[in-house]
Design a protein around this ligand. Structure first.
Ligand code: NAP
Length: 292
């Protein structure tokens, strides 16, 4: 596109666990925020703080200089961009920012279709969980053009603290896959270490006090391991979303002939959870596979 719009109004599509906090930060920063979500009631708190409701993603897009999407699955991303009353058809001189964890190929498709309409776009998936979203401390991994990244950066800085352009369209999503591959084996290790502690007669909470301060420390152990110990499986990050990510990462790896046995094993364990009806638990619920 020839010139990038001054960003005063921001559209936000998808205000679930993550989007709810993120849209709230943008409102607090003084942007006009336009919202749409499949379940309307989830926008109530944002509307009470000044956001404006619209009936479709396209209606949000038509009013916005920049449109952020934070929906669930790639099929949801397809729907809000390309479906009836979708964003691509209705956006005018806007910048599109998909922050959903989705496939790199879909990110490239959005970039191509946006460019055909003279719209700028980036893929910008995040890490840091519900806590990172709430505290505006997300890690944001971006794919797209440098000029668009520079223009959008002040908005992203309202949401996160580590914001890095990783390459062209789709490269933000590829970086997020690196993150999910690391997490996949890490959370299995956390569940295994804590189930070993239980079985051998140690106090898992006290074990966590020791190992949580050593070389094994990190979000998966210190935050999610602590939840495993008390049996708190409420979702910060849904198992069904993690399975979606593991499938995307495995499919990309297979296309490159890259063997990732830890990732394959994690996928099979999380699918075992889903088969037990536990797909709406948080990922720390993997502990149940070991202790039940
Ligand atoms: P979530 O709570 O399910 O939020 C997604 C929201 O998008 C839901 O409110 C959903 O509506 C809405 N939505 C889905 N499809 C839609 C559509 N076609 N049109 C309009 N709204 C639609 O999930 P989340 O935890 O916020 O995660 C969002 C994305 O970020 C996922 O891709 C996830 O993998 C990724 N992510 C999550 C975390 C985390 O820790 N939670 C961290 C990093 C990345 P309903 O309310 O009707 O379901």
């Amino acid at each position: 596109m020839s010139s990038l719009p001054k960003i005063a109004s921001i559209g936000f599509v998808g205000v679930g666990i993550m989007g709810q906090s993120m849209a709230g930060h943008l409102l607090a920063a003084g942007y006009q925020v336009h919202v749409y979500n499949r379940t309307k009631s989830k926008t109530d708190a944002l509307i009470a703080k000044g956001a404006t409701w619209h009936d479709t993603p396209g209606a949000v897009a038509a009013q916005s200089d920049l449109i952020i999407t934070m929906v669930g699955f790639p099929s949801d991303v397809e729907e809000v961009y390309f479906g009836e009353n979708g964003i691509i058809a209705s956006a005018k001189e806007a910048i599109l920012v998909d922050m959903t964890t989705s496939s790199p190929s879909l990110a490239r498709k959005i970039a191509q279709e946006a460019a055909k309409k003279g719209l700028a776009s980036i893929d910008a998936p995040v890490s840091g969980g519900d806590i990172g979203a709430r505290d505006a401390k997300l890690t944001i991994m971006v794919g797209g053009e440098q000029a668009v990244f520079n223009h959008v950066l002040p908005v992203l800085q309202k949401l996160g603290t580590s914001i890095i352009l990783q390459g062209g369209p789709g490269m933000g999503q590829h970086t997020k896959m690196c993150n999910q591959i690391v997490i996949a084996s890490t959370i299995m290790g956390v569940a295994e270490g804590l189930s070993y502690a239980k079985k051998v007669g140690l106090d898992p909470a006290q074990v966590l006090q020791s190992i949580g301060g050593g070389a094994a420390s990190g979000f998966q152990l210190n935050v999610l391991g602590a939840k495993m110990i008390i049996g708190d499986y409420a979702p910060g990050f849904y198992v069904e979303h993690f399975i979606k990510d593991l499938k995307i990462a495995l499919s990309e790896a297979e296309q490159m002939n890259l063997a990732l046995p830890g990732l394959s094993l994690a996928k099979s364990l999380f699918e075992k959870m889903a088969a037990k009806g536990l797909q709406r638990n948080g990922t720390q619920g993997i502990f149940q596979i070991y202790i039940d």
